[in-house]
Design a protein around this ligand. Structure first.
Ligand code: ZN
Length: 138
């Protein structure tokens, strides 16, 4: 017998639950109940014991707090800052010549690290608030 509604199945009875491992609604055996509601179930397919998951509610992927691109950006900046922590920042100027991983002290953006050089005497610099395209050797 398969109970369709949460709370109607007794311990050791079968119930349909979403399986955390199989990622689909499957027959499970009720392992424990709390306050007349099914608490833990065991998947009849893979044998995993997990909390009861209502199959009517699909397993939603967790939404990240920040967009992945922003996380990557911050991680890159922090990594670069850590890598260049002992370097003295070079004051940024239009006429300055910079190379990859040079540390720049920019009057507006603060401390930044050159991530790569671009043709036309331009440099990509990672600052705390994001990457900026700056010119040099002018
Ligand atoms: Zn399973």
């Amino acid at each position: 017998m398969v109970a369709e509604q949460n709370g109607t199945a007794a311990v050791m009875e079968e119930i349909v639950s979403s399986c955390t491992k199989c990622k689909q609604a499957l027959a499970h055996t009720v392992v424990s109940k709390v306050k007349q509601r099914v608490a833990k179930v065991k998947c009849n397919t893979c044998g995993t014991i997990h909390r009861y998951l209502d199959p009517a509610r699909p397993i939603k992927p967790k939404t990240p707090r920040k967009p992945a691109a922003q996380i990557a950006q911050e991680a890159t900046y922090e990594k670069l800052l850590a890598m260049t922590a002992s370097q003295k920042g070079l004051p940024y100027s239009l006429s300055g010549a910079f190379k990859e991983h040079d540390v720049i002290e920019h009057t507006t953006f603060g401390r930044g690290v050159v991530t790569h050089l671009l043709p036309g005497n331009k440099i990509h610099v990672a600052f705390a608030q994001g990457e900026k395209l700056l010119v040099c050797r002018r």
